[in-house]
Structure formats: structure tokens, C-alpha cells
Design a protein around this ligand. Structure first.
Ligand code: C2E
Ligand code: CA
Ligand code: CA
Ligand code: CA
Length: 279
């Protein structure tokens, strides 16, 4: 029941009807959701696999809908991308996450990096670099503490322009990660042109790295590729100790996944952070 709305017959299936109904509700109510205070930022730790310490957080949005409950970004980000609402929402996530990270530093925790997902719509904004810079100044967060996650699919839309924007972002001093690496159409040519610091191996490979030799081969190849390009490498979707041991053994730098923690609200994160020794 994935291809909702593609076939006219499917409109009469009650299941599809409910899905369409939900999508319509989300579409109608997305505008104003930010202003009504219904959006939340959750955080998921990234672990340095050498030291075992929390080294970063990824900011992941949630929508606390009044009747539907906590709505997954998988459901509403595509809608927000289509109608443009992602631009103000994404800017709010960035501001909230930077302010939260600065607040953790001021509370005496060892500084960590904050990683924020960027959508294609935001990436196309002519003022993106200025906005990022302004948010850093406003929140007092150092540029080196911020990482933006981009995906190959939207970088490929206009490679020359993407390279230019990525360079400008790097000049601010922020880090760039290539998210969901290994998925979709693959051409490695572009990789050396994009000035990114980090590759994130998509969780689909990590999740069956122990059971599927193809996934293990792709994972190993991505790690080797990252090393030869001197890029840092993160594995997302780490769920078991076996996966963790395997990735560590293969030389992966960082890990993220339910094995360490699910994405949680900021107040649940604080106890996972180390107190800074200077305090
Ligand atoms: P993503 O950027 O690839 O984020 C990682 C997703 O994997 C998150 O899903 C996270 O909860 C999930 N995950 C992490 N560890 C595990 C694990 O061990 N097992 C499994 N099964 N899943 C794990 P989430 O939070 O539902 O977000 C889904 C997607 O929504 C994100 O994928 C990202 O593409 C998008 N998204 C979330 N927040 C934002 C945002 O603020 N802006 C934009 N543009 N997109 C966002
Ligand atoms: Ca991400
Ligand atoms: Ca990802
Ligand atoms: Ca994704």
C-alpha cells in the first residue's frame, strides 16, 4: 500500500483512504504549527568509537500534533519540502539546536558538536550562508561546533552551485557531513569536488552488516573510501553490540544508533554529557 493515490482503485481502500486523510490533515495544519509551538527538537548522541564518549548530537525534529500525537519527520518533512514550510521550520531547528548546544556549554558540559539536517529548499536559499552566520552570532556558538548534514541527491541538482555554497559554508568554519551515504544513484566523481568533512554510512547498510555480506562489503568499501579521502566516517543505525564491534574493528570513527540512545528531548541528554574539567 505504498503507492498511495497512484491507482484510482486504491482510493476506495479504507486503509489508503485513512493514509490520504492523515496526509491531508498534516498538509492543512503544517502552516502555523511552528507558531503554535507544536514543533520539538529531539537529540540523538554520536559516540566517538575510540574513546566511547559522546562527541556530538544530531538534532531531529518532531511534531507534537494536538490529535495525532508525536508525528515522525518521515511523514511531514516531505510535505514541508513540497510547500516550502521547511524553510522557516529548518531555520528554527538550526536556531534551537545551536542555542541548546551553547546552553549545555554554559552549564559546564564538555563542548560537543551539533549536527543539523539541511533540506534542499534551505540549501537553495540565496541567504543560507548569511542566516547560518547570523544564528551563530546570535547564539554565541562557535562555528566549529556546528555541522550541517547534506545529501548527495540535492547537491547533484546543480553541482557547480552546490560546490560554491558548500565552500562558503566551510569558510564560516562549520563542518559538513554527507548523510545517507551509499544510497541511491552512485557516482564517486563528485565526491572529491564536494568539500565535506564527514560521510555518514546509511543505516540500511549498518543494520544488516552482520547478516548480509553485500551490506558488509558496501560498509567496508565506504570506510576505505572515506579513509583514502581523509574524511571522518560515522555509522548511523547502530543497534547491537556486534555491529558496534564490527564497525570499530573496521576503523569507523563515530557511531549513532538505538544501541547508544534513541533521539530524546534535551533534558534527557544532559545527564549523558561529561562535566568539563575546567569548571
Ligand atoms: P536522517 O537524517 O537519516 O536521521 C536518522 C534517522 O535514523 C532518524 O530518524 C533517527 O531516529 C533514526 N535512527 C537513529 N538510530 C537508529 C537506529 O539505531 N535504528 C533505527 N531504525 N533508526 C535509527 P527520524 O528522527 O525519524 O528522522 C527521519 C528523517 O527525517 C531524517 O533522517 C531526516 O532526513 C529527516 N529530518 C529529521 N529532522 C529534520 C530536520 O530538522 N530537518 C530536515 N530537513 N530533515 C529532518
Ligand atoms: Ca541526518
Ligand atoms: Ca542519515
Ligand atoms: Ca535520510
Amino acid at each position: 500500500a505504498k503507492q498511495q493515490g497512484r491507482s484510482q482503485y486504491q482510493f476506495y481502500s479504507p486503509e489508503i483512504n485513512a493514509q490520504l486523510q492523515e496526509r491531508l490533515t498534516l498538509e492543512n495544519e503544517l502552516h502555523g504549527a511552528l507558531e503554535r509551538g507544536e514543533m520539538l527538537v529531539y537529540y540523538q548522541p554520536l559516540i566517538d568509537l575510540h574513546s566511547g564518549q559522546v562527541i556530538a548530537m544530531e538534532a531531529l525534529i518532531r511534531w507534537q500534533h494536538p490529535t495525532l500525537g508525536l508525528v515522525s519527520p518521515v511523514k511531514f518533512i516531505p510535505i514541508a519540502e513540497a510547500n516550502g514550510a521547511i524553510v522557516p521550520i529548518g531555520e528554527w531547528v538550526l536556531r534551537t539546536a545551536c542555542a541548546q548546544t551553547r546552553a549545555w556549554q554554559l552549564a559546564g558540559f564538555t563542548p560537543i558538536r551539533i549536527s543539523v539536517n539541511l533540506s534542499s529548499r534551505q540549501f537553495e536559499q540565496p541567504y543560507l550562508v548569511e542566516i547560518v552566520n547570523q544564528i551563530l552570532e546570535e547564539t554565541g556558538l562557535q562555528a566549529s561546533s556546528l555541522e550541517l548534514e547534506v545529501t548527495k541527491s540535492f547537491l547533484m541538482a546543480d553541482i557547480d552551485r552546490s560546490v560554491k555554497t558548500l565552500k562558503q559554508l566551510r569558510e564560516l568554519g562549520i563542518c559538513l557531513a554527507l548523510d545517507d551515504f551509499g544510497t541511491g544513484y552512485s557516482s564517486l566523481n563528485y565526491l572529491k569536488r564536494f568539500p565535506v568533512n564527514m560521510l555518514k554510512i546509511d543505516k540500511s547498510f549498518v543494520q544488516d552488516v552482520m547478516s548480509n555480506p553485500d551490506s558488509a562489503a558496501v560498509t567496508n568499501a565506504i570506510i576505505a573510501l572515506a579513509k583514502s579521502l581523509r574524511l571522518k566516517i560515522t555509522a548511523e543505525g547502530v543497534e547491537t553490540q556486534e555491529q558496534l564491534e564490527y564497525l570499530k574493528m573496521r576503523g569507523c570513527d563515530e557511531g549513532q544508533g538505538f544501541y547508544f540512545s534513541r533521539p530524546v528531548p534535551a533534558d534527557i541528554i544532559a545527564p549523558m554529557l561529561q562535566k568539563s574539567s575546567q569548571q
